[in-house]
Design a protein around this ligand. Sequence first.
Ligand code: NAD
Ligand code: TYD
Length: 335
Amino acid sequence: MKLLVTGGAGFIGANFVIYWLNKYPKDEIINLDALTYAGNLENLKSVEENKNHKFVKGDILDSELVDKLVKEVDLIVHFAAESHVDRSILEPAAFLKTNILGTQVLLGAAVKYKKRFHHISTDEVFGSLDLDEVIRFNEKTCYDPHSPYSASKASSDHLVRAYADTYGLEITISNCSNNYGPFQFPEKLFPLFITNLIEGKKVPVYGDGKNIRDWLYVEDHCEAIDVIVKKGKIGETYCVGGEEEKNNMTITKTILKKMGKGDDSIEYVKDRPGHDLRYAIDISRIKDELGWEPKISFEEGVDNTIAWYKENELWWKNIKSGEYKDYYEDQYEKR
Ligand code: NAD
Ligand code: TYD
């Protein structure tokens, strides 16, 4: 099988490319990535020499390039996106361009060449649950996105379904909860906190730290996508999660403890505007229909993640001290 993976130099995309080539060594992957601030060829070092991996630097908005690449493959797995909520609050335009218009360009080519399309989405499209609610998001939950990021992802999900209904495109969608693990750009909670602590800095907790997320180790997400692509029902959506609901304070204290630091390393900073309170995913469907469930426990996942950032200091130090270093300076207002 030949795949077009978009965004395969980013966090989840790179993990997926490595996972897939290990598991299916005869398959070929074309990896289309624009190498934005979040894309990094260092993430793909282990597959650099692999003849079945072809990296193409390019934008998913480039319809001519997309047309040429889609024509060559059997399946498109679409990760490419602007992915950070805080950046979407500061500069939403890039999110609308890549996440909505970029998806539309890919869909157009997939329809033209009748190619199977798997769309990677997020649980953030469902909005926010109350902290004390017992319900969780599932495939029937109505969309209610709150941030420019989640609104752009919701929009792309609707487009994917519209292309299935209107043009008969063979699609599947996965809405996944928060991922953590190797290669995550050090702007997100886990990598930012771990690398700050290695550097002897404090960790910025937004608001009161009570917001809850459902955490999934990235390799488990890759396996879920594999299962959906191979066994999922065409036209359907699958919710993917770790069944590991934790509030940000619990995450923070877990990381602090594992890294031998105390509460004096916490800095409470001004809350994110429109900060969703709780995300939680009911994974019954993918579990019952496709037999997938997470394999890596939260403890193991956190240990692996901390170990990876300790072993790969150069990877994140280059990022934190490089072109985007301003991002790490003076961005937080103390509460
Ligand atoms: P990321 O920001 O680490 O990587 C995104 C990749 O897309 C980068 O390599 C970037 O260069 C590339 N890209 C951006 N704009 C592009 C464009 N116009 N053309 C081509 N490439 C472009 O993101 P991630 O965390 O790996 O997320 C991947 C996907 O998974 C996204 O669609 C995101 O919405 C979804 N998702 C992420 C999470 C999470 O916790 N990180 C959870 C659920 C779903
Ligand atoms: P993040 O990793 O940005 O993922 P998302 O917003 O997509 O869920 O943030 C996870 C949670 O951690 C979220 O509730 C915001 C919070 N957070 C902080 O408290 N401090 C930080 O510096 C960051 C990046 C996030």
